[in-house]
Design a protein around this ligand. Structure first.
Ligand SMILES: O=C(O)CCC(=O)C(=O)O
Ligand SMILES: [Fe+2]
Length: 213
């Protein structure tokens, strides 16, 4: 793949991120004025026969605002809330991260996911993460806070939050099931109330065994 193609793709998917952010904000009667940074990544998994049954990426939640995944068209393995999401060519998969959860005062939820190796082959996936500038304070917008929905989380900067993830060896936002309790405990350093890992998926279709026309 040439650099030019990658740059074009990255620009298009960034515009997609902004479009989704804008529509999301509008659906809440807000205006999206944010120029947040995007991180673009190509994940290549070189699975061997020994990898089968093991994790390619351990159970984790994403840290940023929004993630757009373009899955490998032929090789699946992404598991969202214990359910495989089979590749569906021509579609993008979107999930929210912790920033969206804090920003919306808990209305938007992040979701636990992981990657399992199912066959000895190569899997390539393109991931785009809409993040937040390091020094930016992440907090619930006033529009999401009222007497019925009191503020759930104290403001934190994205940098402090990232450091917390790294200091607990949850590199790239990945953490294993065994230390997830510790993770939740640490997160309460930043959150006014104990963090509630509500297992809800937003904007993710259940692709199941569906085939495209
Ligand atoms: O490779 C995948 O299917 C997902 C990767 C992922 O969840 C991540 O990089 O945060
Ligand atoms: Fe992820």
């Amino acid at each position: 793949m040439s650099r030019e193609v990658i740059e074009k793709y990255a620009q298009a998917v960034y515009e997609q991120c902004v479009d989704i952010g804008r529509k999301l904000a509008e659906s809440y009667g807000l205006v999206w004025l944010i120029g947040w940074p995007c991180q673009f990544r190509i994940n290549k998994y070189n699975y061997t026969p020994e990898s089968v049954g093991f994790s390619g990426v351990q159970l984790h939640t994403d840290s940023g605002f929004l993630t757009i995944l373009q899955d490998d068209e032929n090789v699946g393995g992404l598991e969202v809330m214990d359910k495989f999401v089979d590749p569906c060519p021509g579609t993008l998969l979107i999930n929210f991260g912790h920033v969206a959860q804090a920003w919306s005062n808990g209305r938007l939820c992040n979701v636990k996911h992981r990657v399992q190796c199912r066959e000895a082959t190569t899997r390539v996936l393109i991931a785009t993460f809409l993040l937040v500038p390091k020094e930016e304070a992440v907090e619930a917008l006033p529009e999401f806070v009222d007497s019925k929905y009191p503020r759930l989380y104290v403001p934190f900067t994205y940098e402090d939050y990232r450091k917390l993830r790294l200091s607990t060896k949850m590199r790239a936002g990945h953490f294993s099931g065994s230390n997830s309790a510790m993770w939740m405990e640490l997160l309460t350093v930043f959150l006014a109330k104990p963090y509630c890992m509500r297992n809800r998926v937003l904007s993710i279709r259940d692709f199941g065994n569906q085939t495209r026309n």
